[in-house]
Design a protein around this ligand. Structure first.
Ligand SMILES: [Zn+2]
Length: 501
């Protein structure tokens, strides 16, 4: 009997010690498949277009990783893949990424949490909802007890099937985006806090049937500014952890395309409060839907070129909005370049046109040489066509950055300089111009393949005009060839009635 008592006491002490050790070192696995997929674009986003990070590379210089480390949590990084917005993702790319993540997850041992670094507007050929497929497979392996937290771009469209399987989520609070690192850190911090305190979070969702492009849902201007600024205070209400407003992604012809509000409660005790705040925000957004408009002058290409010509004392930025590469368009449409030449505009920079063949021809010809090209209009073969052009090669660079071949050439034709790119990329930062030996402020007109200007350009552009060009990112939403969206949705169904529940 005495022996048995000693044995049982020993066993109890061992178990207590084991439990304590386990409590000390929590384990979080991380992953990410981040893409904004334009379902109108006629080209696929290929595996080779993704920047894929694995293992320690994932954690390098990431604030969110520091949050887990400082909390004494062991991080198990798996695959994190990110590509610039483009057409629907090719099936094999997604399956390679997913299979690798799932394999790593199966080999990871016991986990306490998972952090997903996502965009939220991923769409994959052959899948109704690839993001939901991914999280459901993860959930099937780890069960209900492991907490999953995710960070998102506010232009995501996470479906109910996806959200049902996630415990914590947060999204950017700025568009143009200025808070990527903060958002990822919030997702990490919420997971740390929930694990430490044993919370069982609840997410309250209101889907708002509005399709709005990013250009009409800028968070720095009204009507959304005064709605987004409420988010930090909502997150401080007792029992609530976070609120997110997703503007959504309108160039996806999918049932899940919409605006959304999410409010995260610590646990179901606070669900009523979370629901109340979500409904209140959704109602404010719905009531201001008619004010979701462009914050800069807009019009046809011709009108915008004439307007820019009247502005002689500063650089005028013109967005070629239909061919917006930051929303998934190809960036090889030449309609604006053709119009600039027709208007005999001078001291103009066109940034840029994607055409690897033309780039090769420039490299073969060499700097200072005259060249005749059929430029662009190949990837976008719906709204674009190649433009015959005579030009002089004035700059060539074949630098490679971040595993992506970012080769560029600059050609000049009658006062218009055009940047020719090897691969699809966007001129969003001054660095992008500098790599091509350019300073945008040296020109009277700078044309960019963007919609809204990204922060660095927005901060230096005294005049910005939106050319309403044709393309896969057409800003005239009611005219888009939607077949699969939820109906009714505003502004496709202009007079619809809706009330948040
Ligand atoms: Zn975005």
């Amino acid at each position: 009997m005495k022996r048995l008592t000693i044995f049982l006491t020993g066993l109890l002490l061992f178990l207590l010690f084991a439990c304590k050790t386990e409590n000390k070192q929590k384990r979080v696995l991380t992953l990410g498949i981040s893409h904004e997929s334009n379902t109108f674009a006629t080209f696929l986003t290929k595996e080779s277009e993704f920047l894929v990070l694995r293992g320690p590379e994932v954690l390098k210089d990431q604030k969110w990783a520091g949050i887990f480390k400082n909390a004494g949590i062991e991080i198990i990084p798996t695959l994190h893949a990110h590509a610039q917005p483009g057409g629907v993702v090719e099936r094999q790319a997604f399956e390679h990424f997913k299979n690798e993540i799932i394999e790593d997850l199966k080999n990871a041992g016991k986990l306490d949490g998972i952090y997903m670094d996502m965009h939220g507007a991923l769409h994959v050929e052959g899948y109704d909802d690839a993001q939901a497929t991914l999280i459901k497979e993860i959930r099937a392996i780890v069960g209900e007890e492991v907490l999953i937290s995710g960070s998102f771009d506010l232009h995501g469209n996470p479906s109910p099937e996806f959200v049902e399987n996630i415990d914590l989520l947060t999204a950017y609070r700025t568009a143009p985006h200025r808070d990527g690192a903060e958002t990822r850190s919030r997702a990490a911090q919420m997971l740390v806090d929930a694990l430490k305190n044993g919370w069982k979070p609840d997410i309250e969702t209101v889907v708002i049937p509005i399709l709005v492009p990013g250009e009409k849902s800028i968070t720095e201007v009204e009507p959304l500014h005064s709605i987004y600024v409420q988010i930090p205070d909502i997150s401080k209400i007792e029992g609530l952890l976070d609120a997110s407003i997703f503007a959504g992604y309108c160039w996806a012809d999918l049932p899940r395309s919409a605006m959304r509000v999410f409010v995260v409660a610590k646990d179901e005790k606070f669900s009523v409060q979370a629901r109340k705040e979500a409904v209140r925000l959704a109602k404010e957004i719905w009531d201001s839907r008619k004010k979701l408009e462009l914050d800069v002058p807009s019009g046809s290409i011709d009108d915008m070129i004439v307007k820019a010509g009247e502005c002689t004392d500063t650089t005028v930025f013109i967005s070629d909005s239909g061919d917006n590469t930051t929303a998934g368009a190809p960036g090889d449409n030449t309609q604006v370049l053709e119009a600039l030449l027709k208007h005999k505009s001078k001291n103009v920079l066109m940034a840029g046109i994607v055409d690897p063949e033309a780039l090769k021809a420039c490299i073969n010809a060499g700097i200072g040489k005259k060249i005749t090209l059929d430029l662009g209009g190949r990837i976008d073969n719906v709204f674009g066509k190649p433009l015959p052009i005579d030009a002089k090669v004035i700059f060539i660079s074949t630098d490679s950055v971040m595993n992506t071949d970012r080769g560029v050439a600059v050609i000049e034709t009658e006062g218009v300089k055009t940047v020719i790119l090897k691969t699809r990329r966007s001129f969003t930062e001054l660095r992008d111009f500098n790599e091509a030996g350019l300073n945008p402020l040296d020109y009277r007109i700078v044309v960019v393949k963007l919609g809204y200007l990204f922060p660095e350009l927005r901060d230096i552009a005294k005049v910005h005009l939106m050319a309403l060009t044709s393309g896969f990112c057409n800003l005239d939403i009611p005219t888009l060839p939607y077949k699969n969206i939820h109906r009714p949705s505003y502004p496709v169904d202009t007079d619809m009635v809706w009330e948040p529940e």
